[in-house]
Ligand binder design. Structure first.
Ligand SMILES: [Zn+2]
Length: 142
């Protein structure tokens, strides 16, 4: 049940303002709180979107990447302030994961946060794959 449109562009960014992005999000936003080794340490709350619903507005030259384990995920953070406002997730290498905590008007958004057991990746990683599909087909609803 991926949120069907309409989507609206919501802006966000890192702490110092060097990195700015926008993501097209539905009115009812679904987010994941992952317990894996890196998400637990950074407090990252995932809003996963397809490629077409993300755009980097500023700061491409300030982004630094970090990889580990399978190196599928590209953890991107601001080299000035250290904040990871979005990244290329292992679950969705064709899409982006935006950090809900880095959205400008977080308090005005309707976000449902679901726990995700990323610590047991092999069992649960595929559960998120559909979130970066460009146009979810209706037959996959339900
Ligand atoms: Zn920054």
């Amino acid at each position: 049940m991926t949120g069907a449109g309409p989507f609206s562009w919501k802006a966000g960014g890192c702490h110092c303002g060097a990195v700015r992005f926008e993501a097209a999000l539905p009115e009812a936003i679904e987010a994941q709180d992952c317990n894996c080794s890196i998400c637990a340490r950074t407090g990252f709350i995932h809003i996963i979107v397809p490629e077409s619903r993300f755009r980097l507005l500023a700061g491409a030259d300030r982004l630094t990447s970090y990889t580990f384990n399978t190196a599928t995920a590209r953890h991107l953070f601001c080299s000035v302030c250290g904040v990871k406002s979005f990244y290329r997730p292992r679950s969705n290498p064709d899409g982006w994961s935006v950090n809900a905590r880095c959205l400008d008007d977080l308090d005005s958004l309707s976000i449902t946060i679901t726990p995700f057991d990323g610590r047991d990746w092999e069992r649960h990683g595929a559960d998120l794959a559909h979130l970066s599909e460009e146009a979810p087909s209706s037959k996959e609803a339900l």
